[in-house]
Write a protein that binds this ligand. Structure first.
Ligand code: FNR
Length: 193
């Protein structure tokens, strides 16, 4: 069985560290798991509740379809003003609507993030967890991956420099996401913490 993971970066920046994290994650996927980095967030219009159900913009329909088709989602987010970027929030708003037909409800999600600060997106990830909780998407609890001082840990083109600790954490994160996907598919086997 193959598991398909859809990866979203909260940054549109050409040399984004968060997009770089996702590229590193993609090559770490264990056998039977594919990580596909979604390239369509730039095309999303601003959320418009008049168009959430009817006359849905094509980029929104594409995002919702790709999330529905995926077994799980990975989100790498920057921290903007102690929260998450509008680009990501906009995508989550579109994907979580209309009420009663959210593509994210029940969809297993893993999160991580990189920033140049010493906190490495810790505050932004708290916000993201809160949003995903409201959306009713189960989120991997551990490991938490906050790649701090990211300006020292990526090449100028946004490629993660060799880093055993971070790579090991990312492998564990993928493993936990697979576990969460399997537990969500077979709720009777889920073990409470
Ligand atoms: C930032 N940045 C930032 N960093 C941080 O650690 N905490 C913060 O609250 C903020 N706030 C913030 C607001 C805005 C509007 C911008 C544009 C930037 C810096 C940010 O972490 C940095 O630009 C990262 O490199 C962005 O991630 P990517 O683009 O490299 O993935």
């Amino acid at each position: 069985m193959t598991l398909d993971i859809l990866a979203l970066s909260g940054s549109l920046r050409r040399t984004s560290h968060n997009s770089g994290l996702l590229r590193a994650l993609r090559v770490m996927a264990p056998p039977g798991v594919t990580v596909d980095i979604y390239g369509g967030l730039r095309a999303l219009p601003l959320f418009d509740q008049d168009r959430e159900r009817d006359d849905v913009p094509a980029p929104v329909a594409d995002l919702r379809r790709r999330i529905r088709e995926a077994d799980g989602v990975v989100i790498a987010t920057p921290e903007y003003n102690s929260a998450i970027p509008g680009v990501l929030m906009n995508a989550l708003d579109w994907a979580s609507r209309p009420a009663g037909d959210s593509s994210l409800r029940g969809k297993p999600v893993a999160i991580l993030g990189a920033s140049p600060s010493q906190f490495g997106t810790a505050r932004g990830q708290m916000v993201l967890r809160q949003v995903l909780h409201r959306i009713q998407a189960p989120v991997v609890v551990e490991p938490e991956i906050t790649v701090f001082r990211s300006h020292e840990r990526f090449t100028p083109d946004g490629t993660l420099l060799p880093d055993e600790v971070t790579e090991d954490l990312m492998r564990r994160l993928l493993g936990e996401l697979v576990r969460l996907i399997e537990a969500t598919a077979r709720p009777e086997t889920a073990v409470s913490a």
